[in-house]
Design a protein around this ligand. Sequence first.
Ligand code: AMP
Length: 541
Amino acid sequence: MIGLMQDHPLLISSILAHAARHHRGSKIVSVAADGTQLRTDYPTTAARVAQLARALDRLGVRSGQRVATLGWNTLPHLELYYAVSGSGAVLHTVNPRLFPDQISYILNDAQDVALFVDSSLVPTLMALADRLPSSLHTVVVMDGAALPKLQVQALAYEDFIQDEPADFEWPVLDERTASALCYTSGTTGEPKGVLYSHRSTVLHAMAAIQPDVFALRAVDVVMPVVPMFHVNAWGLPYCAPMAGSGLVLPGPRLQPSNLYGLMEAEGVTFSAGVPTIWTGLLQWLQSQEGIRFSHPPRLVVGGTALPVAITEGFQREYGVPILHAWGMTEISPLGSVNTRKAEQSDWSEAAFLAYSRKQGRPQFGVDLRALDAIGKPIPQDELAFGELEVRGHWVASAYYNRTNEDAFTSDGWMRTGDVVTIDALGTIEIVDRAKDVIKSGGEWISSITLENLALGHPDVQLAAVIPAHHPKWDERPLLLVVRKLGSDPSPASILSIYEGRVAKWWIPDGVEFVDSLPLTATGKLWKAEMKKQWKDYTFTA
Ligand code: AMP
């Protein structure tokens, strides 16, 4: 027997329509590269999105075709999120920090028909001018400065939309229709495309706004610092209008002083970013005599592990709580969050702060399991290492344009490539990427644990642990350290941080001081490159 309830497809167009009808008073603030601010609201934005959808139609963009963006977190980018997906085409957000070869690969793989670019990123585009896909017929500059000289038509955004009427008949699509395409950063091999659907996007946003996740309310003001080109800014451009929250889009101006200024001036109550952003903000705050938040915002962090020292610093010194989340491009991105469970309701703040280094537990809608080398679930003893697998409503089932990926199991799970332990409460802690774990005499050592501990040393700015060859143990950990400006610690002083904190055999066999460490386009330690640079480094028995 089938239930007798209405059966409306879950569509992205309905999110903005909801905000425009029911949250007219929530603000949207967008900051341009030169610092000028644009202030608007959901009804006005919905009208412009309708104009943009009409303009895309005029251009000949059809359902299923890919429309690329090379842009920061700005209002036109938000408008594209809704106009492109809402009309049935696929929004392809491209990370401008990738290498030109990767960008060209991605554009060609996606066969985009149009590209929207911020004027500050036109030089990035020009560097690829002779490697653009043949499918691409139009480039639109989002903030309308000088138009690039390309083989294809170039337009200015406002000219492109201004003569169109501000209404559009949003198609009632099958909710499984593709809505957006985002490529993984591809630290090894070519980037791989993850193709989201309307259904996965709406369900992900509904889960993300819930109390134990982002806890968004209509009175919140949300500032996504995480870029709109990286996993849809963790879904926030959908979450905020769904909850009715205001949105502050900081553009490319992500210096700590700008972020703090915007948070204070706009009453930001919630913001999201990677650890580098929040580490930078904390260091800047600590350098400003007597500075405080008039209304401390809540922060969410993910992308790489956040050193507990940062969480503690924000909470204790500034009253700013940080939520630690784990996710992947393939999971839209939310996989787990570390918020208190019933068993932890009476834990002290200090005990939970220390626990916040862990990545947490899945919210409803995703399921996790961790398997050992022979495919058996690992015990929840906080010791055993297993590879994390995930399934759920917003988890990829395949990569775009690829076949036979071994990332997907025959029984419907996706292999994350992350190695975890699980504790008695079912909380996961990422100990490494499967390919970065250090295999010392057949036992595994977590490079991430060693890196996080090293970051707790007062003289360490940045740390990475990679395997180096050892004649007896095969691999042993080598610690690479970027020192804080003006400090000159000895290797022994750095290594002393590990005493009593990890098993003796985990302690790195060597420390090398370096001026910088290679990072990927998404700001993560680029281990593959480091391993290449240090491949001849050998310990003696
Ligand atoms: P991306 O698809 O670029 O977002 O990268 C996803 C990967 O980032 C995951 O597979 C993890 O290895 C890593 N990652 C994401 N969030 C966290 C976190 N909170 N702690 C540690 N690693 C993380």
